[in-house]
Ligand binder design. Structure first.
Ligand code: DX5
Ligand code: ZN
Length: 242
């Protein structure tokens, strides 16, 4: 069975004190630090008007989620303060543009979304590994789990599957228990795979996720919003470790 990894989502931390927040989480028992990367990518079609602009979905070609967070410079700054595993979740439309900067910045894991990598995931996995990072793939709630099977079974496979349990974009949303079918399916097929869940995890939802087979647990608001964050981390860990 894959080892438990508790990964506080730094999106819920005080970004103005990121290094000390990271240090606090590690001191309280975190295994990984989950870094949510949301950036707006330039569209190759600009400044020309595209069909998607005309039909109102133009933002989708440039913006994977309706929010902005941090990019490689922040990872690079944080890396100077910690040796921790930086579990980077890239909610971007063109992940291949970010492999080199994230590798240089000191990211440990690089998880991209299958929805934007259907045509180039093989090259992407290869380049992530060549920059010394651990490749992972994530899927939105509406994406069928079967889409990631080829990436796990490839000769050069991903080493982690991140099952989104909310629509990506913001912390503090409600956990979607119906996503646990995906986790169960993955765990039955791949007993030692790192299966990560992200969104709405906390003491009241962890048992469902852990019994479905998730071993890497991302939690933002439930940890940072708690009176005793260390206690939340230990509740999450105990549930996963059984
Ligand atoms: C959402 C992010 C999550 C988020 C989780 O797009 O991927 O990592 O920070 O936050 P909580 O645990 O508050 O749902
Ligand atoms: Zn995330």
């Amino acid at each position: 069975m894959a080892a438990a990894k508790i990964a506080p989502s730094m999106l819920s931390s005080d970004f103005a004190n990121l290094a000390s927040e990271a240090e606090r989480m590690l001191r309280l028992g975190a295994d990984w630090l989950h870094m949510d990367i949301m950036v707006r990518s330039p569209s190759p079609l600009r400044p020309f008007l595209s069909l998607t602009d005309l039909f109102g979905a133009g933002h989708r070609s440039e913006h994977f989620v309706p929010n902005l967070t941090i990019g490689a410079p922040v990872i690079q700054s944080l890396r100077k303060h910690t040796k921790a595993y930086l579990d980077c979740h890239l909610m971007v439309t063109n992940p291949s543009d970010y492999v080199e900067p994230f590798g240089k910045a000191g990211a440990s894991g690089f998880t991209f979304h299958i929805e934007v990598a259907r045509d180039n995931w093989q090259e992407l996995i290869q380049s992530i590994k060549s920059k010394g990072m651990r490749p992972g793939v994530s899927l939105r709630p509406g994406t069928p789990v079967e889409e990631v099977f080829p990436l796990v079974e490839a000769e050069n496979p991903v080493e982690l599957v991140l099952v989104m349990t909310v629509e990506p974009g913001f912390g503090g949303q409600k956990f979607m228990p119906e996503m646990m079918d995906k986790v169960r399916t993955l765990r039955n097929k791949y007993p030692s795979l790192d299966i990560e869940v992200d969104g709405g995890l906390g003491p009241s939802t962890i048992d469902v996720a852990a019994s479905a087979g998730a071993n890497c647990i991302v939690a933002g608001s439930s940890i940072f919003g708690a009176a005793d964050p260390g206690e939340v981390i230990s509740v999450l860990r105990k549930s996963v470790e059984g």
